[in-house]
Design a protein around this ligand. Structure first.
Ligand code: MN
Length: 219
């Protein structure tokens, strides 16, 4: 049977290879100081998550200002790459399945998210849109401790990965109880405080110690 059209699989560089992206899971409120700036208390009992479609993925570079918003926000995040099937995993199994890490941006239409929260509607339009998951090349190196983001050279976000309420293995254990995780799945692990608005022309530099840096320009 022939295919009606080509559907290219998005991918991220990983050393000399490409990591094909299957799904993107995103954790909310995983840093207490960011939850506080959003006006809520972080839930320490269990994490919560939302998703972005694989086709929200963009590599660093020129990122178009998206339609339908007047309040596009940056969120710098550690991204985990899952490289093995995983279901109902132990902590050790989850840790072993994380084969690489990257710096990522969870771009957010904050005004649409506020409206969705207010009306108890889903976050899809606020979080899952074209080029809303900007992800730098993956690396097998250790990540941290620092995670930072600057806009036009001014530091906006400056945190530590150790401030995550749920660490990377705990997040993957949690997701593996809800999904049969597969190679190609990505996990965006939440953002520290300092999120803020972006304008066309802004240059973003994001960095996690040990990982390839991310640079992007909003066009
Ligand atoms: Mn986020």
């Amino acid at each position: 049977m022939t295919s009606l059209f080509d559907l290219p699989c998005p991918a991220i560089p990983l050393d000399d290879a490409e990591f094909p992206v299957r799904r993107i899971f995103c954790i909310g409120r995983n840093y207490a100081d960011h939850a506080a700036e959003m006006g809520v208390a972080a839930d320490r009992d269990k994490p919560f998550f939302f998703t972005k479609s694989a086709h929200a993925l963009a590599l660093p570079g020129a990122i178009p200002y998206p339609p339908g918003t007047a309040d596009l926000h940056h969120e710098v995040e550690l991204v985990l790459a899952i490289g093995a099937p995983l279901f109902s995993a132990t902590t050790a199994q989850a840790a072993a399945a994380i084969i690489a890490r990257a710096v990522g941006l969870d771009l957010t239409r904050r005004d649409l998210q506020a409206e969705a929260k207010d009306k108890r509607r889903p976050w899809d339009a606020a979080k899952d849109f074209e080029s809303s998951a900007v992800i730098a090349p993956l690396s097998r190196a250790a990540a941290g401790p620092g995670i930072r983001l600057s806009v036009n050279g001014a530091v906006r976000q400056d945190g530590k990965l150790s401030e995550m309420i749920f660490d990377e293995a705990a997040l993957v254990v949690y997701l593996s109880k809800l999904y049969h995780l597969q190679p190609g799945d990505l996990v965006m692990t939440g953002t520290p405080a300092g999120v803020g608005a972006l304008q066309p022309g802004d240059r973003i530099d994001a960095k996690i110690d040990g990982l390839p840096p991310l640079s992007a320009q909003i066009t």
